[in-house]
Structures are given as structure tokens and as C-alpha cells.
Write a protein that binds this ligand. Structure first.
Ligand SMILES: Nc1ncnc2c1ncn2[C@@H]1O[C@H](COP(=O)(O)OP(=O)(O)OP(=O)(O)O)[C@@H](O)[C@H]1O
Ligand SMILES: [Mg+2]
Length: 249
């Protein structure tokens, strides 16, 4: 079995004292895997990965990155520790050019490495190369997500953590984002992904967890989970399932 990159044990977290949102959630992400976290609206998926990234106060449990305890690490130290988080929104600087967005993401790199690393991102994402002088706010939805991901990848993270990268995108851009993530994994990057778009996420994922009421309730091989009756039940009709066949909807 390949090595564990991210090991989250019994995590508890919340925004206000005494109001836990994440209630004892555990997941493991191994090297070069795509692990997907699914769950109904309000299950605490975003809160869970934000807590891992140091953005929601943790009240219990542990987060280990490459065996190192990062549970109490502040958000601004995460990139240096090797965890790159791409939030669902506000993940780029809209008024800055594409190139400046990449430059300011290079904070922890040696100054002399930066031009070559930006060129590597352009080689991986040719759309960004073509639009290098464009203000990021003028990119298409899909290209914005591409830029947000490139900004996270540029510092060689040990794990890339994404919150709903396909949210709000038209179907064409949704496929583009999932193809991009599959390509990034092929290059050896480890990915933890929260998605509403369960079918597409399970198609590119290796393993998945279903989070319900702040706790991991089910786990499995991604390709098998779409047809798993337990998943259908946990979603309680929130996704198209066999149950809807011939039904009113
Ligand atoms: N900034 C916040 N302050 C207080 N409570 C919050 C905050 N953000 C989320 N919550 C609460 O935490 C719970 C879980 O929300 P969260 O956004 O983590 O769920 P989610 O699974 O990501 O949902 P969605 O599928 O809609 O993205 C909800 O009850 C929500 O109201
Ligand atoms: Mg969310």
C-alpha cells in the first residue's frame, strides 16, 4: 500500500464554541490518489476541508501531513507545510493579470526558480499562457478554476485540496475541470476533492467518503460508489438514483 500523505482522525471543528459542525470525521489520502468527499448540502464538507486547511477552528482530533502533526498550524503556514487549498470562490485576484496571479502565488519559492516554474504552469495550462496579460476576472469560468489550480500547484504541494471546483460552471467547463484534475493526478499530485457533482467526481476519483452531519458515514472505491445503495440512502433522494426511474421526476 502506498504511503499516506494526509491522515485526518476524528476531526471536530466549528465556527462557534459549543456548536460542532464537523463531528468526528476521519479520512486518509494516499500518495497520488484522488480522494473525493461527497455528502448532502450542509453536511459540513466545506467546513471539514477548511478545518484541515486551518480556516475553521478545530476542537478535537488530529490532522497529519506526511506524518507531521499540522492540527494547530495556522492557515498562512499551510502552503509551506505542503498543503495547498483552493476555496470554492474568491480563489484568484480578479483585477490582476493571469501572470501576476501566478507570480504572487510563488511566495515560498526561491526568487530564481520563479520564471521557470511559471513557464511550467504555462506548459501544463496553455490557455493561461495565451491569456497571460488578461485580467483574471475576464477569464471564462473554466479558465478561472484553471488559474486557481495553477496558483495552488506552482509551489509543488504534497496535497492539493479543492472545494467544489466545478460549482457554477456550464457543462462544457465542468468536463474541462475534471479532465484537468485527472491530468494533474497523472503527473503524481495527490488530490483531496469535495464535490456536489458526484458522478463526475467519482469517475476521476480513486476512493471516496460520504460525509453526513459532520461525520464520515461511508467509504469505498470511487468507481463502485455511484451504484452503492448505502450512498443512495445517505443522500436521501438528493441525487438522481435508481429510485427515480419511472417516478414522477
Ligand atoms: N462561516 C460560517 N459560520 C457559521 N456557520 C457556518 C459557516 N459556514 C458554514 N456554516 C454552517 O456549517 C454547516 C455546514 O456547512 P458547510 O458549508 O460546511 O456544508 P457543505 O457540506 O459544504 O454544504 P454545501 O453542499 O452546501 O456546500 C451548515 O449548517 C452551515 O450553516
Ligand atoms: Mg460546501
Amino acid at each position: 500500500m502506498s504511503e499516506t500523505v494526509l491522515d485526518v482522525r476524528d476531526l471536530e471543528a466549528g465556527y462557534e464554541p459549543g456548536v460542532p459542525i464537523v463531528r468526528g470525521a476521519s479520512i486518509t489520502v494516499r500518495k497520488s490518489e484522488i480522494v473525493v468527499v461527497l455528502g448532502p448540502n450542509g453536511a459540513g464538507k466545506s467546513s471539514f476541508i477548511k478545518a484541515i486547511a486551518g480556516l475553521v477552528p478545530i476542537t478535537g482530533g488530529t490532522v497529519l501531513l506526511d506524518g507531521k502533526d499540522i492540527t494547530a498550524a495556522p492557515a498562512h503556514t499551510m502552503v509551506r507545510l505542503g498543503l495547498a487549498f483552493v476555496p470554492q470562490t474568491e480563489n484568484i485576484f480578479q483585477l490582476m493579470s493571469v501572470e501576476d496571479n501566478l507570480k504572487v502565488a510563488c511566495g515560498i519559492l526561491e526568487r530564481r526558480e520563479i520564471p521557470a516554474r511559471i513557464d511550467e504552469m504555462y506548459a501544463a495550462f496553455p490557455d493561461l499562457m495565451r491569456q497571460r496579460r488578461t485580467a483574471a476576472g475576464n477569464l471564462s469560468g473554466g479558465q478561472r478554476q484553471m488559474l486557481a489550480v495553477a496558483r495552488a500547484l506552482i509551489v509543488h504541494p504534497k496535497v492539493l485540496v479543492l472545494d467544489e471546483p466545478s460549482a457554477g460552471l456550464s457543462p462544457k467547463f465542468v468536463s474541462m475541470v475534471f479532465e484537468m484534475l485527472a491530468g494533474i493526478r497523472k503527473s503524481g499530485v495527490t488530490i483531496l476533492l469535495v464535490e456536489q457533482n458526484a458522478k463526475a467526481a467519482l469517475a476521476i476519483g480513486d476512493r471516496a467518503y460520504v460525509l453526513v452531519e459532520g461525520k464520515d458515514r461511508h467509504e469505498g472505491i470511487a468507481s463502485e460508489l455511484w451504484n452503492d445503495p448505502v450512498v443512495a440512502e445517505l443522500y436521501l433522494g438528493q441525487r438522481p438514483s435508481h429510485a427515480s426511474k419511472g417516478g414522477v421526476a
